[in-house]
Design a protein around this ligand. Structure first.
Ligand SMILES: [Zn+2]
Length: 469
């Protein structure tokens, strides 16, 4: 094992992947970033942006370039003062842009010395062409780029992503690009977030557009708590979440959404209207749990989001383990699995028929989701879905009921996130204790939706042509 700290998650666990032309590539076991070791560009590479361009041109970069230009124009990257930083003036995109008549500053000198000269926040946007994967310290580089951007300025990153078609069609040339880092969509998102960017739009496989973010020194956790007739447990659950201290989390906000409770819970919820770190929402008419969660999601201001029911079926002490991979930028999407390692069957006293019905339903939907979405999840129906807020960007949600659970998982997977499962504790409630799933209607709706979301775009309608609002 290498004794080398990962530039994204800070861990030292990596495995050796392959050696190509004398360079050995390793992969971080936590965030899955692929990096070259030792961290040096090959001698030829410094002198030879030409050969890199040649490789790219030989593999369809020209059509890709036309698409990138269209996306950059759609994202309004060239409005105002814009600069393009690339490896060489022969980069096909630079050539394409120079001929376009757009007013753009094309920087062909070394990016670092250019940044040194332009050290005020005066740019509306900056485009980076295949630079980031060749920087020894990508985060520091991005932070410097960020500092020359105006408030809310835009950054566009063109990079050789692991999801690009190039990688699959030309295995050898892809690795011979000689990059120091090979980013996937997820590791690029994590790096951008860590460097102070948000609203990350995955425009094409090889192009991301992001906005300069507010500066924050600590991460905020946002907890969505849908509430419906939970007078015995609501206050306990709310206080437990608020008081829970989690390493790396500076503060916690709870967004409690009362879904027209009729048992007095609504009055309890009202008591918290002016409490610090608590936002209270009241649903207009009883729409279902999914609706309540969706309303809550609109109010989120934190960096990490989780959904927490106002009952005590789950163990709040599991939060440390669930949040750690998100706080440390190891993962973007985590599921708390009730079945990982060991299958814990439901057992309701005096209610064994509904227990086995629900168990069979769980097995059925877990298998269905795994097959449809090509995953190996053990518990996609868990309440504990924890993710970086950025994952929500651009997605459109519509489910009002319990089917929202599956919609969220399905759409995150369609956007490109692989759920990371962590085992959690669980004590099931029976129907007489207040379990609320409708036994006949919900499974049918879920089945239809799982099939539908496999094929229908998960994004806001215009996502593929221009960034979401
Ligand atoms: Zn890592």
């Amino acid at each position: 094992m290498l004794d080398r700290v990962c530039i994204i998650c800070g861990e030292r666990h990596s495995i050796y992947l392959l050696t190509y032309e004398g360079a050995s590539l390793h992969q971080c076991l936590d965030c899955e970033l692929i990096f070259r070791h030792p961290p040096q560009l090959s001698e030829q590479l410094g002198a030879n942006s030409q050969s890199v361009i040649a490789i790219e041109m030989a593999h369809g970069e020209k059509e890709v370039t036309a698409r990138h230009k269209k996306m950059l124009v759609n994202a309004e990257v060239f409005k105002g003062k814009a600069a393009v930083l690339g490896l060489s003036d022969q980069h096909p995109l630079i050539e394409n842009l120079s001929q376009s008549g757009l007013e753009i500053e094309i920087v062909t000198e070394d990016a670092n010395s250019w940044l040194e000269k332009s050290n005020t926040a005066s740019y509306d946007s900056i485009v980076l062409l295949n630079i980031i994967e060749k920087c020894a310290e990508p985060q520091r580089f991005l932070e410097r780029v960020r500092s020359v951007l105006k408030e809310n300025g835009k950054l566009a990153v063109v990079f050789h992503s692991l999801e690009s078609k190039q990688r699959f069609s030309t295995f050898e040339t892809f690795w011979s690009l000689g990059n120091l880092y090979y980013f996937s969509h997820t590791t690029m998102q994590l790096l951008l977030e860590k460097s102070g960017f948000e609203k990350i739009w995955n425009a094409t496989n090889e192009l991301f557009v992001a906005h300069k973010n507010r500066v924050s020194t600590e991460q905020i956790l946002s907890v969505i708590m849908p509430v419906y007739n939970e007078k015995d447990t609501f206050e306990m659950a709310l206080n437990a979440v608020l008081q829970k201290k989690i390493k790396g989390i500076g503060s916690t906000e709870v967004i409690a959404v009362d879904n027209r409770s009729t048992d007095g819970t609504r009055e309890l919820v009202k008591n918290y209207i002016n409490s610090p770190n608590v936002k209270i929402l009241f649903a207009d008419e009883k729409q279902g749990k999914g609706y309540a969660v969706r309303e809550g999601l609109k109010q989120v201001t934190g960096d990490i989001v989780m959904i927490q029911d106002a009952d005590l079926e789950y163990d709040i002490d599991d939060l440390d383990a669930l949040l750690e991979p998100l706080v440390r930028y190891k993962k973007a999407f985590v599921l708390g699995s009730r079945h990982k390692g060991k299958w814990k069957m439901r057992s309701f006293i005096n209610d064994s028929f509904s227990a086995s019905f629900l168990n069979a339903g769980q097995v059925f939907f877990t298998t269905l989701l795994n097959i449809l979405y090509n995953q190996q999840m053990t518990d996609p129906l868990t309440m504990y879905k924890v993710f970086r807020k950025e994952c929500l960007y651009g997605l459109k949600f519509e489910c009002d009921g319990f089917d929202f659970d599956q919609e969220l998982v399905a759409k995150f997977i369609r956007k490109g996130y692989t759920p990371h499962e962590i085992r959690v504790n669980y004590r099931s409630r029976s129907f007489s204790e207040g379990k609320k799933i409708s036994m006949l209607k919900d499974p049918f709706i879920c089945l239809i939706n799982d099939l539908k979301y496999r094929f229908v775009s998960p994004f806001e309608t215009d996502w593929k042509d221009s960034p979401p609002k």
